[in-house]
Write a protein that binds this ligand. Structure first.
Ligand code: AQP
Length: 344
């Protein structure tokens, strides 16, 4: 028996992504995601969220959380996201996220979640004592994306596995409820030189907000001295920089610094090594620090300016939440009908 090919998802293309207000953003968040947020807003309808429901999956300070949300939103805008063009809002202000996450909890399978490496990395040996929310984090992420039927998701490489899970959940919902192509299968947008920025102290670990060592990361708000100091103390080896990308193999910390330089200067790794191959880190690190400071100083300045006027920033977030709700609320009505839930 032959079956007719399924029609492809016919909805509009839409970009969604988010960042957790779990601490100040760093160069990894900037190069891995934020730079893409800015670029994509010129080509697509974009929705950028500050994901506070994700932030409460680990211990947090309730008194600080709202201000941390403002800081992430300020970073989006300071980096160049235009709130008139893209939608910027805080996740918990829009009910669809939590509601759709519950429905997806009943679609996702335990085995799928048990394979998620980020939970294993974050929980370490303490999995039994972690919140159920931390285990369930990728299901809420799928709900974030699919509440807007987003088709494209700019993220760093660490989120690849979670995006695959979002696709699995969307496909399973569509087939379990006999609703072909109701949800799109969202595509991750990962490529690019900043997709995986590593810790400055250990080239095998990603740069992260939750690393206890502040020396491991460049924060978006670090000043030129702090940036120079952190790069100066960044782990390297006694050899000069290699002449070709091949020579970076087995030197993860060096590969990371060269990758950061390439991403910040908008050059290829080969171009960076063409200029710096054979030279030592005594010259390379200050040059790298200069480029980073030049890029980050205007962002930090603009963040400070935005955070002074809390009323204006909160108004942007209120407007963003209303626009996000206008897309997700009608979609949730359809989901409730498809699932057979009680009509409101
Ligand atoms: N090191 C990184 N390199 C490239 N991209 C990165 N991202 C995070 N770290 C790197 C990308 O930044 C976006 C927002 O991340 P998040 O705040 O939602 O949480 P995360 O991925 O868990 O980032 P952190 O900094 O490591 O936070 P904590 O320590 O709180 O868990 C995502 O697109 C991510 O890929």
């Amino acid at each position: 028996m032959t079956t007719a090919p399924m029609p492809a998802y016919a909805g509009p293309s839409r970009v969604f992504s988010g960042m957790q207000p779990t601490g100040g953003l760093h160069l990894g968040n900037y190069l891995g995601a934020l730079v893409k947020f800015v670029r994509l807003q010129h080509e697509h309808e974009c929705i950028y969220c500050v994901v506070d429901l994700h932030a409460i999956t680990i211990e947090h300070d309730p008194k600080a959380l709202q201000q941390q949300c403002r800081e992430v939103a300020a970073a989006y805008i300071a980096a160049g996201v235009d709130p008139k063009k893209a939608i910027i809002f805080v996740q918990s202000a829009v009910p669809a996220h939590a509601e759709l996450a519950w429905i997806f909890n009943c679609v996702a399978r335990m085995g799928w979640l048990e394979r998620m490496t980020q939970f294993k990395d974050k929980a370490g040996k303490n999995a039994e004592r972690m919140s159920v929310g931390l285990f369930d984090y990728p299901v809420l992420q799928a709900a974030d994306i699919l509440a807007y039927k987003a088709t494209h998701v700019p993220v760093g490489e660490d989120q690849k596995q979670h995006l695959e899970l979002s696709r699995d959940i969307a496909a399973r919902f569509n087939s379990d409820y006999n609703a072909p192509n109701f949800f799109p299968l969202p595509e991750p947008l990962i490529q690019g030189p900043g997709a995986r920025i590593m810790s400055l102290r250990d080239g095998s670990k990603k740069m992260s907000k939750s690393d206890p060592s502040d020396q491991s990361r460049i924060n978006l708000t670090d000043d030129a001295d702090a940036i120079a100091n952190k790069f100066k103390r960044a782990t390297t080896d006694p050899l000069p920089l290699p002449e070709t990308a091949e020579g970076l193999k087995g030197r993860p910390e060096v590969e990371n610094l060269v990758g950061i330089y390439a991403a910040l200067a908008d050059l290829s790794v080969d171009q960076v090594l063409g200029e710096w191959g054979g030279k030592g880190f005594g010259a390379f690190k200050p040059a790298l620090a200069d480029i980073a400071a030049q890029k980050l100083a205007p962002i930090a300045g603009e963040m400070r300016r935005l955070l002074v006027d809390r009323t204006a920033l909160d108004e942007i977030l209120r407007d963003g939440a209303a626009r996000a709700d206008a897309i997700s609320a009608p979609m949730m009505s359809q989901v409730r009908d498809i699932v057979g839930l009680w009509r409101r």
